[in-house]
Design a protein around this ligand. Structure first.
Ligand code: HEC
Length: 115
């Protein structure tokens, strides 16, 4: 009997970690997609945040101008557009090696965040 308990108790203890919901899976990938986190540039709800600013000076007027580099608002994108974008090479956004199922989990997660 004791042996049986020793075998069963650990199963219960660890079983919870094996089963995560689609929402948790999407959140995990969005926040940690084997590379720099999507959250850093697209924000908690995918609406886009300012990543950084830089300045330029107009040669004639000598006026200083502020420019913002922003992550795109990815809320209104379709699943196809999201998959295509994650697989494309961008200027600012890094290229990821995520499967279509992983991008779908991220896409569904962003969708639920905005409901
Ligand atoms: C370093 C900042 C950065 C990170 C990290 C990042 N992105 Fe982006 N993303 C951008 C920028 C900037 C754009 C818009 C310009 C461009 O297309 O490069 C963009 C564009 C997109 C677009 C397309 C929007 C359009 O207008 O077509 C999607 C979808 C997207 N990102 C999803 C993601 C997902 C999903 C992740 C995580 C796996 C991610 N991004 C990580 C900066 C980032």
């Amino acid at each position: 009997m004791r042996i049986l308990l020793l075998l069963i108790v650990p199963l219960f203890l660890f079983s919870k970690q094996d089963f995560i919901s689609d929402y948790e899976y999407g959140a995990m990938l969005y926040e940690n997609p084997r590379g720099i986190s999507c959250v850093k540039c697209h924000g908690a709800k995918g609406k886009g945040v300012v990543i950084g600013t830089y300045y330029t000076t107009d040669k004639k007027t000598k006026k200083r101008m502020v420019h913002e580099v922003k992550g795109a608002d990815i809320n209104k994108k379709t699943l196809e557009e999201t998959i295509a974008s994650v697989n494309r090479v961008h200027d600012v956004m890094p290229t990821y090696s995520l499967t279509n199922e992983e991008v779908k989990a991220i896409y569904d997660y962003i969708g639920k965040k905005n409901r």
